[in-house]
Design a protein around this ligand. Sequence first.
Ligand code: ADP
Length: 874
Amino acid sequence: ESQKSGLSAAVDLKMGLPHVTIPKKLPLIVVADGVLLPGSTIRIPVTTVKNINLVRSRLTSGSKLASTIIGIVTKEPGKESKVNALHEIGTAGVVIQVTGTNWPRPSYSLLVTGLCRFRLQSIIQEHPYPVAIVTQLDDIKDITDENDEQPTELVSEFKEAAQKLINLLDISVPAVAKLKDLVERVPSRQLADVVAALVRATLPERLQVLDAIDVATRLRVTLPLLLRHIQRLKDVREAGSEEGNKENRIVHISRGGRNLLPDPDSLDDSENEVAELEEKIKATNMPEEVHKAAVKELGRLKRMAQHMPDYSMTRNYLDLIVELPWSITVKETCNIRKAREDLDADHYGLQKVKRRVLEYLAVRQLRGDLKGPILCFVGPPGVGKTSIAKSIATTLGRPYCRMSLGGVSDQHDIRGHRRTYIGAMPGRVIQALRNVKVKNPVMLLDEIDKLGTGIHGDPGAALLEVLDPEQNSTFTDTYLNLPFDLSQVLFVATANSLSTIATPLLDRMEVIHVPGYTQEEKVMIGQLHLLPKQLQEHGLSSDILDMSKESIATIIGEYTREAGVRTLERKIGAVCRAIAVQVAEKRRDHDEAKTSEEMITEAEDRDRRTEQHADETREIELRQEVGEVPQQSGINLSKLREHMDLPVIVDPKLIYDILGPPIFQSGLAGRVSVPGVAVGLAWTPVGGEVMVVEASRTVGDSGLTLTGQLGSVMQESAKIAMSWVRQHAFLLQLDKDFMKDEEIHMHFPAGAINKDGPSAGVTILTVLVSLLSNRCVRSDVAMTGEITLNGVVLPVGGIKEKLLAAHRAGLTTVVIPAANKKDLEDIPNSVLNEIEVVLVNTVEEVLQAAFDDFTDILGENDDGVPAKPLPSKL
Ligand code: ADP
């Protein structure tokens, strides 16, 4: 008989085990508390990293299941501390089913049928999963011999006992009938294994059966276990009939038989699980309708075999039901004065934002309900949107939870998957509620502008349902399939930009703009908030690390380029980490030598760590290193002082040492010093940006070429600018056919941002005039504004962000449309004092501000003769 067909027959135990020759090299699954015996089938939960590796690379990657034999070895009990303590004898098994879920966390479980014993010779590989050289033990030869043998007395006695066991069971259960069949038909050499797998036994007892290679010994070891089980069943039956609690018994026994689930622990597990769930359902205060559904599902679960995929699905579902906060609310405390104090304590500046938040809270309190609009904070990253939302939660005394919407393009992400779907899970709203454990949290809808639309329905529409006060008291998640009341959740949203938020959603929200910070504001935030926070996170204190304002300003100016303070916070963190490591090293150098015991623990720690992901390790090491500091620094500060000067003064020089060469330097001046270059100001979702626009003339005939990933509006601006220049060629003293045989190439660098919008109009025009008139634009001027064909400058958006960006870049003059004058109210004085803002109505005024010698360009004569010759061609 060929090995292959033999293997597929392995599943059908009635025929007895096939004669298999197992490979010499076997991948190993190491189990902590189970034993697989030949001829039995057990379910093995796969949770350790190595076991998961094995399953992923050997069992789920398309290879045929039946052709995959693996070794199952048990960890030697009582020797947990030793790394490689595996039981010497293991069982080769064939995997007949792999099930996996990704939720609530990834895990697999294997259904494995034991084939034969083997002895471990050597482990030849440890990673990503262990592989061993093995010797097969249950020999094929003695099988054939034995078949001819007359049953010995021991075998007869054993069979008789097994028969007794079966008689005690309810034969009408199909599994028991099958078992009966099994006991009658399997060859006697396998009988002990099959029975030992079925009866209750401890781990050492099972290992003893496994170790009994000789068939007679095996029968002898197993017989007492069998007899003990029979006795126990009798006891149960007596107790059961006394209490009339017969049902219980049948459930217990029949389930054991049906699954051929030999591990009594796992049997107990499933029973415990069901009982536990039942308790929880009773204890959870849920609506009538939900309770009914839960009881019904529990009934289904009770009837299910534990290894069926449906079992874990139903259990996960019930777990969700009992964990959801159906009726748990926290009492809200709303005190406007306290709210103001909280907001002020956590945030520097942001006066306007805080005022709006307080107004909102006050109105809410007066109205006494939640049906108002949803607050939506809009602004670049790192300006404190999330942080304000958290403060709101704190001040109201409600727990905070966050639901990230970035990249969500499937409505099922919000609303959940139908339960019949493989890997189904509830939507994010329900998941967030499950985690936060109360019904009335503050729920942050993060990055609501990044909501996509995919092929699986519009997540925006699903979100609307969540937010709509008319509907959300009976929000029905598809997975849960029961209504959950969301009406008490306080939703707050954040977005980088309003332009991509769908109108119906926008209608539900009250938008609060959170603009970027000025340099001064950032320094203050750094000093008052970020530095103390980072110090604490790294177990340091101001006694150990002292960072001056000047140093913070250096970090802001030379290592960050952002509207918010996120990179700033990270860089401050990096400095703290560097100092913390230094301190930790110093301390270690001077510590007394460690005891050998400590060193062993450390070595073991390291061993454990190598099991984890390689790149995680470094991080963990750092953290541990740093994590050691707090206790020591608190206690031993003076001792530490003996070895190093404290506090460590972080001056700009040290900043360069730690952070490396500066990343950004404003090199604007150098770039603007040729004709055909001007500085524009752009608004992006991540704040204002300074954009250096360049143009050059080359021989060619395609007129105007634009590069730099421009949108169509921007291209049109360029055409309008070009038309204006042509129209005014005479005024600009350009030759009539100045573009003949020439083309102008204009480029908008900083390619990563998509650029669109009309506000680059004035910049494009200035670049053209500069190029064609061969004059440099003033290097300290930046500009923004839309132009019309007739040279009128129209207002644009994002003035505050743009001005802050210009200020960051060290520019001192900013040209903006006169109609934007009102926007200047929002600009902090510290910026206005350092920037001259030129308000313009027409293109001529723009050019006047941009060129020192604009009158020269125009020429002063009115008779139509150019005052100067045209700039030469290339
Ligand atoms: P966003 O949600 O806007 O991207 P975050 O709320 O995550 O930004 O803020 C980033 C970090 O900057 C947080 O640690 C936050 O506490 C801090 N931060 C931002 N603005 C301020 C401020 N005005 N005062 C104090 N800390 C701030």
